[in-house]
Design a protein around this ligand. Structure first.
Ligand code: XMP
Length: 510
């Protein structure tokens, strides 16, 4: 069995980040929900336990409470934020609610000898705090190992029992030396060896897919994107032909993209049904100019077409989706928040289809998904594909969507990307694409007057698409792009560039 660190999830949005930090240190972890029994935890023979943060206050009558016996584990325990307050309270200390106003980045100072905050950690540093409660009375055997400027306890430990608590979040980048603190815990204190890696993740995941799917069949909607493709490749490795993929061509993809994506799928040995639904999409989008209406129509049609195909697949029991962790966080956290755009991804699960959901990448981040794609030998063209929205060119073809306007956009877009590649700029850019504007302007070509539409160039740098900075592209490269688009694409006589970051703009124009 792998060496395991057990992470007990008490509801923090950062729990997966703890797991990610451990993966980066080549340490295997398992996230278990707060209501897990101590027997289940012990069955993993953990090298250490981390209790995550969470939104509750330990003093609330309905606060999350872990099985007390988990604190007799025979291995070190680290409580983070709410986890530290639980640790303190269950060890006989006292926690005061609501008096701490140390939210955000705060300076802390080490106050004594500590195994966790040892001499590799500076005397003072900035950390991210995000809880209103405070350990006001230490449990027996514990010492304070750091506190804030205003004398709030920021870390505690009981070296004899190997219990450690941090009021702040070491897993986020805003905490200085957070990685070193986690490193001290897993290697210095838990004595992990750090010999686990993503190759092991691939093997383990393939084995567990095989086990849970058994003889059932899996259906999967492919979009050409990285996440759905990597998911399909993994499941294909696990169960071969029992995976049936469906690729819906909605007619809103880029130049030659459906063909090249299908070729890659064939090379990967995937079993794919190709459905050309482009005319159906175009028909239903006729005359529609409102961005949200476009998105809604495309989302609904996608599900309809996918469902029609999936119904034909006999004995389908599972639906495979390429959900990754940021999708999980976004859907979890955005409750009640303002809706900016209704995102539609392939294969939203209509409940009446009665399929069980398979989401092998649910705990991973995009860059890790790309690494996994590499490990299982997927083509670079898929692994390094830039993000492409589910509604495709519909949200880049402003105004009415017609076959003619889509073709114009496709040609311009292909030139833009080709020239960026030629200048060796494409792979350094998060997303680069053209937008067709429903605006006509006067031009002159040869001796004739033209009155044509405008293409906008959009290129951005980003880390997670939540924020973005517009890419500064060399003027000579821009000049070549503009000349080629005006000369080669009929119907375009003007090229402009979008120099807006996100916020205030979004990456796509609609
Ligand atoms: P925005 O335009 O909201 O886009 O700044 C953020 C990122 O999401 C992509 N995007 C989508 N992806 N379905 C998707 O799968 C969608 O409906 C969708 N809309 C936007 C966009 O390309 C960018 O990477």
């Amino acid at each position: 069995m792998n060496e395991n660190i057990i992470i007990i999830n008490c509801g923090s949005q950062f729990t997966q980040l703890i797991a990610r930090r451990l993966r980066e240190m080549k340490v295997h972890s398992v996230i278990l929900n707060w209501d897990v029994s101590h027997e289940t935890v012990s069955a993993y023979s953990p090298k250490g336990i981390i209790i995550s943060g969470g939104p509750d206050s330990v003093n609330d009558s309905d606060a999350i409470m872990i099985d007390r016996e988990i604190l007799n584990p025979g291995c070190p325990v680290l409580g983070i934020c709410y986890g530290m307050q639980l640790l303190a309270k269950l060890s006989g200390g006292n926690v005061t609610s609501g008096h701490v106003h140390e939210y955000g980045v705060t300076m802390i100072h080490r106050t004594g000898k500590s195994e966790l905050l040892n001499d590799s950690i500076p005397e003072s540093m900035n950390v991210l705090m995000s809880h209103g409660d405070n350990v006001s009375e230490l449990p027996e055997g514990f010492i304070i190992t750091s506190s804030t400027e205003s004398n709030i306890t920021s870390s505690i430990e009981n070296a004899g029992k190997k219990f450690y608590g941090l009021q702040f979040h070491p897993e986020v980048v805003n905490t200085e030396h957070g990685n070193e603190i986690i490193h001290n815990f897993v290697f210095g204190i838990c004595k992990c060896s750090g010999d686990w890696n993503l190759e092991d993740w691939v093997d383990g995941t393939i084995a567990s897919i095989r086990k849970s799917v058994g003889d059932g069949r899996v259906v999967c909607g492919l979009s050409g994107g990285v996440d759905s493709s990597v998911s399909a490749a993994l499941v294909n490795r696990a169960i071969g032909d029992k995976l049936q993929c469906v690729f819906v061509n909605h007619g809103l993809m880029r130049l030659n993209e459906p063909e090249s994506v299908m070729n890659s799928y064939k090379d990967m040995g995937l079993n794919v049904i190709y459905v050309d639904a482009s005319e159906r999409f175009l028909r239903e989008l006729k005359g529609i100019t409102d961005p949200e209406k476009k998105r809604k129509i495309i989302g609904r049609l996608f599900i309809e077409v996918f469902e029609e195909e999936a119904k034909k697949i006999q004995n389908a029991e599972w639906l495979l989706q390429g959900t990754i962790y940021p999708d999980v966080i976004e859907s979890g956290l955005k409750k009640g928040a303002a809706m900016i755009k209704s995102h539609h991804n392939v294969g939203g699960l209509p409940e009446h289809m009665n399929l069980k959901l398979l989401e092998p990448l649910r705990d991973l981040f995009k860059d890790e998904v790309r690494v996994i794609g590499k490990i299982i030998g997927m083509p670079e063209s898929i692994i390094n594909r830039q993000p492409f929205p589910g509604p495709g060119l519909a949200v880049r073809c402003l105004g009415e969507i017609t076959k003619e306007r889509l073709d114009v956009l496709r040609e311009a877009d292909a030139i833009f990307r080709e020239e960026l590649k030629r200048a060796d700029l494409y792979s350094g850019i998060w997303q680069a694409f053209c937008v067709l504007l429903p605006v006509r302007s006067v031009g002159v070509m040869g001796d004739s007057r033209t009155y044509n539409e405008v293409v906008a160039l959009r290129a951005i740098h980003s880390q997670d698409a939540m924020t973005a900075e517009w890419a500064r592209i060399d003027y000579d490269v821009l000049d070549r792009i503009s000349k080629r688009i005006c000369n080669e694409v009929r119907g375009i006589n003007r090229v402009v560039i979008d120099v807006t970051s996100k916020p205030p703009a979004t990456i796509e124009w609609e």
